[in-house]
Every structure is written in structure tokens, then in C-alpha cells.
Design a protein around this ligand. Structure first.
Ligand code: SF4
Length: 238
């Protein structure tokens, strides 16, 4: 299983914000979101890892599930966030979550909801990709648009796991799209729907909060700041 990085930090987004966690970031994602904040976890961006010396920094390694758990154990925290990239597209994630559970880890999986797998986890953090994610006029635009929405997978994940639905919101137009999106699913718990501003600095996030927060109050959703930007700035491994 190709791993980009393993590090500890505080969870900055979602229902478990503030939880000290070990982040295991897998390589590879079928999507190419316009606003992706981890492009280095996309397969084609990783081809130069060795040349760039990323291996020397202890990242960019092909590890077995046992080896990953061995590295996780060294960090001595009870909560693991498996993220990416798209971690659900790595078949070994099933074995990884099973092994982590053998050690009683609490597990969050962060996924775009386009791949299903029989993983074990305590929080399935699904971040469905709206039309605002589609890259403009690139070689990936068409495949991204075709693959970003898999309602049968999102519905199944929501039924089987403790979930949150976390939307990246860029403009006020996205709000209607979110409500249309949600109307296609059964049993959505309004307060598990989180609206997160698309922002890489505090100023933009604060501006967007002025119209996202009232919408959340009106619909029973939760406003979801990206606390890692407030805590650490827009930096990798936070
Ligand atoms: S799904 Fe996540 S990792 Fe993949 S391109 Fe979109 S933001 Fe980046």
C-alpha cells in the first residue's frame, strides 16, 4: 500500500475537530478536484518522489498493513485518520483497518465517497464533490465529472457507518446544489451535514462564514471551519 506520509497532528475538520490523531495518507486518487489541498497524494504527482528526496523524509513508501501499524504504534495516540488521496481505492485498507482494530484504535476514514470497501471504522467522513470541484479545461475534466458522484456508494456508506457528510463550499450557488444533492438520499441526519468554506487563509474563510453560517442554522447543518489553517496556516502535514 503506497503511503505518502504518516504524522501526528490535531484533526482540524469535522465532528471530531481537536482530536489528537495519527494521520496515514495514502497515495492515489481517481479525482482531480480544482481545489485539492493534497495534490502530492495524486499518483501522477508522485513519480518524482525519489528524485525529490521524499524517501529521505520517511514518506513515499510502499508498506504492508503490518508495517503501517508498526509505524502508527510508535506515535502513541489512540486515534488514526486514514486519508489521502482516496484511501478507499487501496484494497489493502480493509486489512489495515482490521489490524488497527486489533490494537483498539479509533479510526476515521476520509473519503470522497466514490469507492466502497468493507473497512472497519468509527467515523466515515464522506466529502462528496460538488460541481465546484471539477477542474477547468484540463485533461482530467471529463473523467472527474463522470466519476465524482456515486450516489449508491454514498448511500451505502451512510447506512453502514457512523458518518459525516462534509461539503466544500466555494460560492453561494453551491448551497442550492447541496440541498439538491441531499434530497437524493434517504435518512440524512441534518446535523451530520457539515459545510466547510473553500479557503486557504483565515480572511477568506471568515468572509465565507458570513453567508455559510446562516444557511447552516436555517437547515440544521453545521458550519465546519478548517481549524488547521487557523492553528498552523496552510501547511503540509497539519
Ligand atoms: S478527492 Fe480529495 S485527494 Fe482526490 S483530488 Fe479531490 S480533494 Fe484531492
Amino acid at each position: 500500500m503506497w503511503i505518502v506520509e504518516i504524522y501526528q497532528s490535531k484533526q482540524g475538520e469535522g465532528l471530531w475537530t481537536g482530536k489528537y490523531s495519527i494521520f496515514v495518507r495514502t497515495l492515489g486518487c481517481a479525482l482531480r478536484c480544482r481545489y485539492c489541498d493534497t495534490p502530492y497524494a495524486q499518483q501522477d504527482r508522485a513519480e518524482n518522489w525519489e528524485e525529490e528526496g521524499e524517501e529521505e523524509n520517511g514518506i513515499g513508501a510502499n508498506l504492508s498493513a503490518e508495517e503501517i501499524v508498526g509505524r502508527v504504534l510508535l506515535l502513541e495516540l489512540p486515534h488514526v485518520v486514514i486519508t489521502g488521496g482516496e484511501p478507499m481505492q487501496s484494497p489493502e485498507i480493509v486489512e489495515l483497518t482490521r489490524l488497527l482494530k486489533d490494537f483498539d484504535y479509533q479510526i476515521t476514514i476520509e473519503t470522497s465517497g466514490i469507492v466502497d470497501a468493507p473497512v472497519l471504522c468509527d467515523l466515515m467522513s464522506i466529502s462528496p464533490k460538488l460541481s465546484n470541484s471539477t477542474p477547468l479545461k484540463t485533461e482530467h475534466s471529463i473523467s472527474h465529472e463522470q466519476n465524482r458522484f456515486k450516489p449508491e456508494i454514498v448511500q451505502s456508506l451512510m447506512l453502514r457507518y457512523n458518518y459525516q457528510l462534509k461539503f466544500v463550499v466555494d460560492t453561494p450557488n453551491d448551497l442550492n446544489e447541496i440541498e439538491e444533492y441531499l434530497s437524493q438520499f434517504h435518512g440524512v441526519v441534518a446535523e451530520r451535514v457539515l459545510l466547510m468554506p473553500q479557503a486557504v487563509n483565515v480572511k477568506t474563510m471568515t468572509e465565507k462564514a458570513t453567508w455559510i453560517m446562516p444557511f447552516c442554522e436555517q437547515h440544521g447543518h453545521q458550519y465546519c471551519p478548517r481549524m488547521q489553517i487557523i492553528w498552523y496556516g496552510n501547511k503540509r502535514r497539519t
